[in-house]
Design a protein around this ligand. Structure first.
Ligand code: GCO
Length: 468
């Protein structure tokens, strides 16, 4: 059937390694105006002309808000251990502060229970970009008050579902919110101001740290972490200019987030580069940001090639490109993971997103997305290679469970391992989903081989120590 080759896949994943699929609320839910949900900045952004490639919006998306029960069955059918999804803040707290929307909370409560009933661990992201629009009206993430509203929101959600979820992530990809949302302005809220963007990045990090403190004060049992989008940066040439630019880009994307979280300070070279656009930081902020993480989520898609003059053309490398024009560069994931371990005291790492958009050829009810399957195989092998070299990776999630609203690209780019027909909302497993299912079956067979041995060892130990 598919290009399975499951047997040739790495087998060194430990029995408790967590395999998953990921989505986010705005990209799949729809139900944008239903049951008391307030508008988010993405609802508003989509109303502006020329910002979404296909002029689409999230009003219906994958209609997951109505189809969640079938979607949970589908997730279960893939044989994954975990499902990473996000909570729409304005669905549960329409104004971003104060009153809670019971119907919104009930939706996620039922989703969590249904996942558990199907033996799938819920992994919850609190902020996957859809800030309540009401908070944007008072400055959004640029306003320090939003930090405190986020902490209240995190606590409210955790008090409702935290007893049943395996992981709680504060933010997904703060760089995207800060930079694409407030500097280049190609994402909501569409602001173009570097000083605002750097202030936003600081507030996101601060709210992450304060939320972790608050959740721990509440004795939340879920694993707590943050998700960063990271890529190795390679200079286009050996020239001093390209190398200097590469170091700066590495500072802006990686060290700006990793240094304060793990080393308690923003990188000096980036602060200097930002000059007057550097954020206002109050005393105590950095200590708050540097909370211990239970896990670090890493989203990886490709590397970045940096040229000082901006003359690098991605076609130059001759590597295969995805439909986003991103190079397929699996060795970059191994390189990135090794670097994280070398430079930072990293906690267990979860690859929270990895996947690719390709133009899918739907033929006779079947999608032979061999490029996506091969992308996933190569990247899983890249994770395995990093683990063999000592990087503590504990999970891997495919982005994405199903085709969905790809932000400024609208519905034109398809990242799913499941195809969505947006006219009928029919879901069809692509060959990559079938491959992933087979791969997970093989992993489980391996686990079962591993486990009895473990058990008998444990039993032996018990007998030896008389410990019951
Ligand atoms: C991301 C986003 C996803 C995107 C994906 C592909 O975290 O960047 O979580 O929402 O769809 O990355 O661009």
């Amino acid at each position: 059937m598919t290009d399975l080759q499951v047997s040739s896949m790495p087998q060194n994943f430990p029995p408790d390694f967590v395999w998953g699929v990921a989505t986010s609320a705005f990209q799949i839910e729809g139900g944008a105006q239903l049951d008391g949900k307030g508008p988010s900045i993405w609802d508003r952004f989509c109303q502006q002309p020329h910002v979404i490639a296909d002029a689409s919006h999230g009003l219906v998306a994958c209609d997951h808000y109505h189809r969640w029960q079938d979607d949970v069955k589908m997730i279960h059918g893939l044989g994954v251990d975990a499902y990473r999804f996000s909570i729409s803040w304005p669905r549960v707290q329409p104004l971003g502060q104060g009153a809670w929307n019971t119907q919104g909370l009930d939706f996620y409560d039922r989703l969590v229970d249904a996942l558990l009933a199907h033996n799938v661990s819920p992994s919850v992201t609190l902020n996957h970009w859809d800030l309540p629009d009401a908070l944007q009206q008072t400055g959004g993430w640029a306003n320090r008050e939003t930090v405190h509203h986020f902490v209240e929101y995190a606590q409210g959600v955790a008090r409702r579902i935290g007893d049943r979820v395996s992981a709680l992530t504060t933010h997904n990809e703060p760089w995207v919110v800060a930079h694409l949302g407030h500097e280049s302005g190609i994402f909501a809220p569409g602001i173009k101001n570097r000083a605002t963007a750097s202030q936003v990045s600081h507030h996101l990090l601060l709210s992450h740290g304060l939320a972790l403190q608050a959740l721990r004060a509440d004795r939340q049992q879920a694993q707590l972490g943050i998700v960063l989008n990271l890529a190795p940066m390679h200079p286009a040439t050996d020239s001093a200019e390209d190398q200097a630019k590469t170091k700066l880009e590495d500072g802006l994307l990686l060290r700006w987030y990793l240094d304060p979280i793990f080393n308690g300070a923003y990188p000096e070279d980036v602060l200097e580069h930002l000059g007057r656009d550097a954020p206002q930081i109050q005393s105590g902020d950095l200590a708050a940001i540097g909370q211990t993480l239970d896990f670090l989520g890493v989203n990886y898609y490709s590397r970045s090639v940096v040229s000082a003059k901006g003359t690098w053309d991605v076609k130059q490398s001759g590597l295969p490109l995805t439909d986003m024009s991103w190079e397929v560069y699996p060795q970059g994931l191994t390189e990135l993971l090794l670097r994280l371990k070398k430079d930072y005291p990293v906690p267990p790492i979860v690859i929270t997103e990895n996947g690719a958009a390709f133009v899918d050829d739907f033929q006779n009810g079947r999608i032979k997305d061999t490029q996506r399957t091969s992308y996933l195989r190569q990247h899983i092998a890249a994770v395995s290679s990093a683990m063999k070299q000592g990087v503590p990776v504990v999970g891997y999630m495919v982005w994405s469970l199903m085709d969905n609203f790809e932000w400024a690209s609208g519905y034109a780019k398809r990242f799913g391992i499941v195809h969505v027909d947006y006219e009928t909302q029919q879901r069809t497993l692509k060959d990559s989903a079938i491959w992933y299912r087979e791969f997970l079956t093989a992993q489980k067979a391996q686990r079962n081989l591993d486990r009895p041995a473990e058990k008998s060892l444990a039993a032996e130990k018990q007998t030896a120590t008389g410990d019951r």
